[in-house]
Ligand binder design. Structure first.
Ligand code: 5GP
Ligand code: MG
Length: 187
């Protein structure tokens, strides 16, 4: 384990198990619908990859895949509250009349997803739902609830399963808390 890691919160096996359960709920809820799964780069890439393969295994192999970028955190680990949304080159009408499932790594203040859901709704989507791998409910600055959540967690700085600290540790195959001294104790 890297020296900056304080503890493993969820192992690879625990994540796989939870992701399979999320996929089952999603497949049940969207039965018969035309779904486009939209991942929020970069952080959601591992969760999205695991989740969409689980969704296919659970009987819904026809989902389509898109990405958006939302940047609210710079090199410092603090949310600015100013979220910019980038549709990664998709044409404006791409999600009109479609059922959009946004996939996010973690919810903190809620600003990113509130903005993103608004942006996708403005594209004329038939429905917009959110699945988040992790949720720090205690950190909300705006009212926001995801439709599906992997695990609710306390206020710690998380890395692994796509989540980074200054672009490192994204590829750790588990969810871990960073030592507060590694990031200065403030986020
Ligand atoms: P929000 O807009 O909800 O405050 O922030 C959401 C974004 O902040 C997430 O997509 C993620 O990029 C980043 N973020 C929030 N908490 C953490 C964390 O504990 N670790 C990492 N690596 N990123 C986080
Ligand atoms: Mg993110």
């Amino acid at each position: 384990m890297p020296a900056d890691i304080q503890e493993v919160l969820f192992t690879q096996e625990e994540m796989a198990h939870r992701i399979m359960a999320l996929a089952r709920s999603i497949v049940r809820d969207y039965a018969g619908k035309d779904v486009v799964v939209v991942g929020v780069l970069k952080g959601a890439f591992i969760f999205m990859s695991d989740l969409t393969r689980a969704i296919a295994e659970e009987g819904m192999p026809s989902v389509q895949i898109d990405f958006v970028r939302a940047a609210s955190y710079g090199a410092a680990s603090v949310s600015s509250g100013n979220v910019s949304v980038d549709m990664c080159g998709e044409p404006e009408g791409r999600w009109a009349g479609r059922h959009v499932l946004l996939v996010e790594d973690i919810i903190d203040s809620g600003n990113t997803l509130k903005r993103l859901v608004g942006a996708v709704e403005a594209c004329g989507a038939e429905s917009v739902r959110v699945v988040a791998m992790l949720d720090k409910k205690g950190r909300r600055q705006v009212n926001f609830e995801a439709d599906y959540v992997g695990f609710e967690i306390p206020d710690q700085f998380i890395v692994g399963m796509g989540l980074d600290f200054n672009e490192t540790y994204r590829c750790l195959p588990y969810v871990a808390a960073l030592k507060p001294e590694a990031y200065g104790g403030k986020h």
